[in-house]
Design a protein around this ligand. Structure first.
Ligand code: FEO
Length: 395
């Protein structure tokens, strides 16, 4: 993809990664991603905002050549993670006059992670500005979206907010701006769920911080650019502020069908009681879909067989992730089956320590479910619906 103009002397110069399918060796990327870098040519100085993943250095350098960029004065490092700062060393070699602009915490990380020499980095405080002549950059410290050093950069004259990861989406597309809102909403929600959700309360503060800025364009460093900024700001408000919905998320594994029978029975009982259920077989599911479901859910019910006296390892993985992502969940329970004993309930309970959830009495049974077990599942379904109603969580 060649450079693309956003405004006079403001260009997208990044790279679209159509083929990437895994991020951080953890997060599935069903639709690829992009690493957006931006070039701003002021009347006196030139700035590059972020770089690209090191695997795509050539795309950035060829875009700069196509724009005949002879000199870069500043490289704004909004975030030290390597998918945005990993090409800094090569750009600093190509443009030896350039200084890197970063928060003090980002400076430290750039020196540690990318071995950028200290003298190359200039730190900026929250609210500080940098003149490029006819264009002015304002730096807004926004820690923990999603590392401690992150900042946003606002281009005053053009009313563009460069947000790096915040508001981003892992979506490879030839559209510079959002064209298909439904597709971008899905990708941005997945991104929020996987990357930003653990920092929900911090994001609330950051939304407050930018609420009075006049913003015409939000330009993140992943996915398409928002020329209707309200679309993504309102989506974030929904994900961050609104109470959980009348939804149960039910991730499970079943080895021999007993837990599966319980899952099927409970799902039917919950649906009959007017609750939406999102069921995930953890041997097949895309973990990103599970993360997205957790954005809105009020309750999680974990289904697990007992393996070597504990939960199935795939259940441990999913519970660990749910706990780390800190969704808005209010209630949790556990269902499952064992052959001769085990500590499945205690181990899953112990892994939910980050979540401020009330644990509803689990239904963990021996062998294949029988009449008493189905009665216990009905009792659990009743308890969930009653708890939801007590908390005003209704459809
Ligand atoms: Fe897209 Fe946190 O890097």
């Amino acid at each position: 993809m060649k450079p693309r103009k956003l405004k006079t002397n403001v260009y997208w110069v990044g790279a679209v990664d159509w083929d990437r399918r895994l991020f951080d060796e953890l997060i599935p990327l069903p639709d690829g991603t992009s690493y957006n870098a931006y070039l701003i040519k002021g009347s006196e100085k030139t700035a590059l905002i972020d770089t690209v993943d090191p695997t795509m250095t050539n795309f950035l350098t060829s875009n700069l050549q196509l724009l005949k960029v002879k000199n870069i004065d500043y490289i704004i490092a909004n975030h030290a993670e390597q998918d945005h700062s990993g090409t800094l060393p090569q750009i600093l070699k190509l443009y030896p006059n350039a200084k890197v602009i970063a928060t003090p915490k980002c400076k430290d990380l750039l020196m540690e992670l990318l071995l950028i020499p200290e003298y190359k980095i200039v730190t900026v405080e929250d609210g500080e500005t940098l003149s490029l002549g006819d264009k002015t950059l304002e730096f807004i410290h926004a820690p923990w979206v999603h590392w401690p050093e992150t900042m946003l950069t606002y281009l005053r004259e053009d009313k563009i907010l460069f947000t790096c990861d915040l508001f981003g989406s892992h979506l490879a597309t030839s559209d510079l701006y959002v064209a298909d809102e439904a597709a971008v909403y899905e990708a941005a929600k997945r991104y929020y769920a996987e990357i930003m959700m653990p920092f929900r309360t911090v994001i609330q503060r950051n939304l407050e911080k930018i609420k009075d800025l006049q913003i015409e364009i939000i330009a993140p460093s992943h996915g398409p650019i928002y020329d209707k900024p309200n679309f993504i700001v309102e989506a974030y408000k929904e994900w961050v502020y609104t109470p959980p919905k009348n939804i149960v998320v039910l991730p499970y594994v079943s080895m021999h069908g007993s837990t599966k029978k319980m899952v099927e029975y409970l799902v039917t009982a919950l649906v009959e009681r007017g609750i939406t259920v999102k069921q995930f077989n953890l041997t097949k599911t895309d973990i990103g879909k599970l993360a997205m479901a957790l954005v809105d859910a009020a309750t999680i019910v974990v289904g697990s067989p007992t393996v070597l006296v504990g939960p199935h390892p795939k259940v441990i993985y999913a519970v660990y992730l749910a706990n780390a992502l800190r969704p808005k969940l209010k209630f949790a329970s556990i269902i499952g089956s064992y052959g001769w004993g085990g500590r499945t309930v205690e181990q899953i309970k112990g892994m939910l320590s980050n979540l401020k959830v009330e644990l509803l009495e689990p239904v963990v049974i021996r062998g294949f479910p029988k009449e008493d077990d189905f009665r216990a599942l009905n009792r659990l379904a009743d308890e969930i619906v009653n708890k939801h109603r007590e908390h005003g969580i209704v459809s």
